[in-house]
Design a protein around this ligand. Structure first.
Ligand SMILES: Nc1ncnc2c1ncn2[C@@H]1O[C@H](COP(=O)(O)OP(=O)(O)OP(=O)(O)O)[C@@H](O)[C@H]1O
Ligand SMILES: [Mg+2]
Length: 510
């Protein structure tokens, strides 16, 4: 006697339909799961056996074989417990599936007492189900609101195996999840506001430009000048994610098991700040079954790397490809997975080990060799990918003793940034892009035209600073964002001149 039901597996953010087949035949008691199961799937045996017994149902006392097909697809995690149990119970007609339920998807981890535990990655599964025209899904209660974000699905939240069996046999109905309105965005008060930071007006301006067009930014300066503080204030300048972006980001967090309970849709723009001791895999993603790293968790948000030169050089170099392409490709023997990684890099650095190389009043105590070694950690190609380079000088005495100015309200700045972003989305939306930093060189040429004077200025800059092609386009894109902040359709000379200021490599000792 055999049966077949459906489940799904995630490979990266893509979901694949899995057929769970069970066969119960005469022979010595034996329970086998085949079809490339990982350790968690093999452990499913013990969980499924106990859950079936504890739900007052019969586990076959003969030879039981479960096959997860297609066999060449790696199956990860415990989400196959429920479909395995249902498939086994269907063979001996302890469950009689209706036609609609034969085409339903079953997902969930079982605990030994038969209750269902939530699993990761439901949002991508629900989304790809809807795309493939599948309708019905049985899943753990705690995952239901997450799946409910996707329209046109019949979602049945299940508490335990016994309850599901009663429902499938038509005895006691489980209520379908009713369509829910999308959860609202609840803004939280940022911990530090820009106006509470003294002085550093040029850096604040650079932060606003970075936030408006999602440009990468490097702040360099002596210790204690406020670099970390300024970066943290950026959280208060980030408009919430659009619905489209929120779904993208929530899928990633769902896969990583990081979605907060009862909050299936993340609107707050990610702000990730991994420590410099983080491994390459933690930062970029990977593992035998590739998992998203910090750069993917920072997708559509900020990756804040404090003390950039302290990160191992190899780890920093691995950021080069994602910074360019907005995605990361992880190849393993079993699979190749791509994760989105459109993040904005905000980094801080001291100019040398003692930190006072660029300080006008304090003597730097580092030797030339030490300075070279320190700066060598940041390779040219990495620095070239950073759009805005700003110096954060030590505060002057009068700036430090001044009262905190509350003049520029955070809300006003946020509105200005949001307005600039709306202009960008209106311009780029039909090409599937949102922000200026996402433009490729063709779009940059198209939307960042300079007048005669502008062309003259950039020509001089190209010669003076020996700019790379990337540097050239980055300057144009920053000028575009500066113009958008003023709602100016054309890029004026002052916009370009300001953009050029941020491109001088302040880490260079030459
Ligand atoms: N511009 C500022 N306005 C108000 N407080 C400041 C300012 N700059 C620094 N501070 C104070 O000094 C502390 C240290 O600043 P912060 O950690 O940002 O320095 P940093 O530039 O990151 O130094 P380091 O290079 O050592 O990491 C802050 O927590 C804050 O209390
Ligand atoms: Mg710091």
């Amino acid at each position: 006697m055999s049966s077949r039901i459906f489940s799904a597996a995630n490979i990266g953010l893509n979901s694949h339909l899995i057929e769970v087949e069970a066969d119960v035949s005469a022979g010595l008691p034996n329970f086998l799961i085949v079809g490339l199961p990982d350790a968690a799937v093999s452990e499913a045996k013990e969980r499924v056996r106990s859950a079936i017994k504890n739900a007052d149902l019969l586990f076959p006392r003969t030879k039981t074989t479960v096959n997860l097909a297609p066999a060449d697809l790696k199956k990860i995690g415990p989400s196959f417990d429920l479909p395995i149990a249902v498939a086994i119970l269907t063979t001996r007609k302890q469950i009689k599936l209706t036609e609609a339920d034969q085409r339903a998807l079953f997902i969930g981890e079982l605990s030994l007492d038969g209750s269902l535990r939530p699993v990761n990655g439901i949002l991508s599964i629900a989304e790809s189900m809807a795309k493939q025209g599948l309708k019905r899904i049985y899943l753990p209660q705690e995952n239901a609101t997450e799946a409910g974000l996707i329209n046109n699905l019949e979602i049945f939240p299940v508490n335990n195996l016994r309850q599901l069996v009663e429902h499938l046999n038509g005895h006691e109905q489980i209520n379908k999840l009713q369509p829910q309105p999308l959860p609202p965005f609840l803004p939280t008060e940022p911990r530090i506001l820009l106006s509470q930071i003294k002085g550093q007006e040029q850096v604040k301006r650079a932060l606003i430009i970075a936030a408006a067009g999602y440009h990468n930014l490097l702040m360099s300066g002596p210790p204690g000048s406020g670099k970390t503080l300024l970066a943290k204030a950026l959280t208060g300048l980030l408009p919430p994610l659009s619905l489209e972006e929120a779904l993208e980001v929530s899928k990633i967090y769902s896969l990583s098991g990081l979605l907060p309970k009862n909050q299936p849709l993340l609107y707050a723009r990610p702000f990730r700040s991994p420590h410099h001791t983080a491994s390459g895999i933690a930062l970029v993603g990977g593992g035998a079954f590739p998992k998203p790293g910090e750069i993917t968790l920072a997708h559509r948000g900020i990756l804040f790397l404090d003390e950039l030169p302290e990160f191992p050089r190899q780890v920093l170099e691995s950021l080069r490809q994602p910074l360019e392409d907005g995605l990361v490709t992880i190849s393993r023997t079993a699979t190749t997975v791509q994760f989105p990684a459109k993040f904005t890099l905000i980094a801080t650095a001291n100019p040398c080990p003692c930190g006072f190389l660029t300080d006008a009043d304090r003597q730097c105590t580092c030797s030339l060799g030490q300075i070279r070694n320190y700066q060598k950690k940041l390779s040219g190609p990495l620095l070239d990918r950073i759009d805005l380079h700003v110096e954060v000088p030590r505060l002057k005495t009068e700036e430090l003793l001044a009262n905190i100015s509350e003049s520029t309200g955070n809300q006003e700045i946020l509105i200005k940034i949001q307005t600039a972003q709306k202009i960008q989305i209106a311009r780029l939306g039909e090409r599937g892009l949102f922000y200026n930093s996402e433009m490729d060189h063709r779009l940059t040429e198209q939307f960042c035209r300079l007048d005669e004077a502008g062309q003259q200025l950039i020509k001089q800059a190209l010669v003076k600073y020996q700019l790379s092609a990337r540097g050239y386009y980055k300057i144009l894109k920053i000028s575009r964002t500066i113009a958008d902040l003023e709602a100016s359709e054309t890029i004026k000379l002052q916009h370009l001149a300001e953009a050029l200021q941020y491109r001088q490599n302040i880490l260079s000792t030459e």
